[in-house]
Design a protein around this ligand. Structure first.
Ligand SMILES: [Zn+2]
Length: 241
C-alpha cells in the first residue's frame, strides 16, 4: 500500500512549495518515504490497523480492483474483531502484555480469534453476534476459489462489512475511548524496533507521524455514522488531490 506525505526537508527549504514523498506502508504501519530529491522521511501511520485496511479496501474498490477489495474488507473486519477482544479484555482488568501472550495462541487460526470475539461480544452486548452466511460464502468464493465478483456484489459485501465494523468501533468509541487509546499506544510501541532500524540505516532521514483521513470516522469526536457510499465519495475526492 502506497503512502504519500509532504517532504519535511523540501518544506523547510521552500515552505510554499509542497513536494510529495512516497513510500510503501509496511506491516507494522511504518513507511519509508522518499521525495523526488532523495530526502527520506520515516512516517508512522497513526491509525489502528483495521482503519488502514478499511481505507485500503475502499481504495482498491475505487480503482476497480474488486477481488483485492474483498480481501482487504475481510481483513479489516478480522482486525476489528481483534481490537474488540483486546480492548474488552483490558477493560476487564487484564494487561495488554498478558493479552498479547493470550492472542499469540490464537494468532494463526482465524476461527479461534472469531470464537474469542463472539464470547466477548456476548458478554458485552448480552446477545449473540450474527454473521450473514451468504456474505461469508461470497468472501470464501472470492478469496479461495478465484471467483470474479461484480461491482454490485462487492458493493453489497462492502456495505455489510462497513455496518459490522461501525457497530463494533462505535461501541468502543462511546464506551471505552480511553482504553482504546491505550491499546493504540501499546500497539505502536511494537513498531519502535523497526523505526530504530530504519533510522540507523538512513542517517539523514526525518521521523514523522501521519494521520491519514479515517474513512471510518474513528478519529472524530462524535464518530458520526459511516456508510460505504460516503467512504467511496471521500476516497474519490482524496484521489483527485
Ligand atoms: Zn524533499
Amino acid at each position: 500500500m502506497k503512502h504519500y506525505s509532504i517532504c519535511f526537508e523540501c518544506a523547510d527549504l521552500k515552505p510554499n512549495n509542497y513536494v510529495y514523498s512516497v513510500g510503501e506502508v509496511e506491516a507494522d504501519l511504518v513507511a519509508l518515504c522518499t521525495c523526488p530529491f532523495g530526502h527520506k522521511t520515516i512516517m508512522r501511520i497513526t491509525h489502528n490497523l483495521c482503519d488502514v485496511l478499511y481505507s485500503s479496501a475502499v481504495y482498491a474498490f475505487v480503482k476497480d480492483c474488486l477481488s483485492e477489495s474483498v480481501m482487504s474488507f475481510a481483513a479489516a473486519l478480522e482486525r476489528t474483531y481483534e481490537m474488540f477482544v483486546k480492548v474488552t479484555l483490558y477493560v476487564e482488568g487484564i494487561s495488554y502484555e498478558q493479552i498479547d501472550i493470550f492472542w499469540k495462541e490464537l494468532s494463526k487460526q482465524s476461527e479461534r480469534q472469531y470464537g474469542a470475539f463472539c464470547t466477548q461480544f456476548l458478554k458485552t452486548f448480552k446477545e449473540s453476534w450474527n454473521v450473514n452466511p451468504k456474505m461469508i460464502e461470497f468472501r470464501n468464493k472470492v478469496v479461495h476459489k478465484g471467483y470474479i465478483a461484480s461491482t454490485q456484489e462487492v458493493t453489497k459485501y462492502a456495505e455489510y462489512i462497513t455496518e459490522a465494523i461501525y457497530k463494533i468501533l462505535k461501541y468502543l468509541h462511546s464506551n471505552h475511548s480511553k482504553e482504546s487509546g491505550e491499546y493504540y499506544f501499546h500497539e505502536t510501541k511494537k513498531t519502535k524496533d523497526r523505526v530504530n532500524e530504519l533510522m540507523k540505516n538512513h542517517n539523514n532521514a526525518r521521523l514523522g507521524g501521519t494521520s491519514i483521513i479515517s474513512l471510518l470516522n474513528w478519529n472524530q469526536m462524535d464518530m458520526p455514522e459511516v456508510t460505504f457510499s460516503e467512504a467511496v465519495k471521500t476516497m474519490t475526492k482524496l484521489k483527485r488531490i
